[in-house]
Design a protein around this ligand. Structure first.
Ligand SMILES: [Zn+2]
Length: 252
């Protein structure tokens, strides 16, 4: 089993933005091609129908670049904030998702049988606290790996593949290198096969914070390919996310 760990990123300053779009509208509008409209009223509040832009530094090359922030409402789920950064200098792109609004009181585990093109095209919101598991190919991404993402299932799998390919180094002189490399290469090939539907698999998203979502393409009917379970967080999970010291009652 391959475990990918990344340090959690620090939160940039976030302002509340009252701006509603569905994910479909957002895609139709071409998310990254949207006009840079910055709007604030006299009280420094953000006005609706605007995209809020702020200056950051590229996390790849450190050049100054711009991050655009949108608040969107995912139908049948909740509001999330999407922050998109594109570096004009080196071409680095990122698409981070932060959940917005009240914290979910329960964890959420989503299990999908991936069988078709339609399944690959499902919208997915994977928050930074969500793990991703594909048992058939021994893939397990821990909390924090990949950060938050709002994309399609295929888009997420391709990002996982790219991240693995870019970031998992093999030490030269390691005597176990040929064996490790062949396990790693077959994992990448298996991800390709899943994206081409040559390998059918089970995708398990487990988010103790309850902030992750996979589109039900049969809504409002039950989804025959997907099981969504909610569960009580364990004391250890609450401890991990610093919730045991927080009062959560009354914020439901
Ligand atoms: Zn850059």
């Amino acid at each position: 089993m391959l475990i990918l760990r990344c340090a959690p990123k620090t939160d940039p300053k976030i302002k509340t933005l009252h701006y509603k779009q569905t994910s479909e509208q957002l895609t139709l509008m071409g998310f990254s091609a949207q006009n840079n409209v910055e709007g604030e009223d006299d009280n420094d509040n953000l006005v609706p129908d605007s995209v809020y832009c702020f200056q950051t530094n590229c996390s790849s090359c450190s050049s100054p670049c711009e991050t655009r922030m949108h608040l969107i409402e995912i139908p049948h789920f909740r509001e999330v904030i999407i922050m998109a950064t594109t570096c004009d200098y080196c071409g680095y792109k990122s698409n981070e998702v932060k959940s917005s609004g009240a914290m979910a009181l329960r964890g959420r585990r989503i299990t999908l049988k991936l069988r078709s093109e339609e399944d690959l095209n499902r919208d997915i919101l994977k928050s930074e606290t969500c793990t991703l598991e594909i048992p058939e190919i021994d893939l397990h991404l821990t909390t924090g790996a990949l950060g938050g993402r709002f994309t399609t299932l295929e888009g997420l799998l391709r990002q996982v593949r790219k991240e693995l390919n870019d970031k998992v180094p093999f030490a030269s002189g390691d005597s176990a290198l040929p064996e490790k490399k062949s396990v790693f290469d077959s994992l990448l090939k298996n991800i390709d096969k899943i994206c081409e539907l040559q390998l059918l698999c089970t995708v398990i998203l487990d988010d103790p914070m309850g902030n992750s979502y996979l589109q039900n393409i049969y809504a409002p009917d039950e989804d025959p390919m997907m099981v969504v379970e909610e569960y009580e967080r364990t004391f250890e999970q609450n401890e991990e996310f610093g919730l045991n010291d927080m009062k959560v009652e009354g914020y439901e």
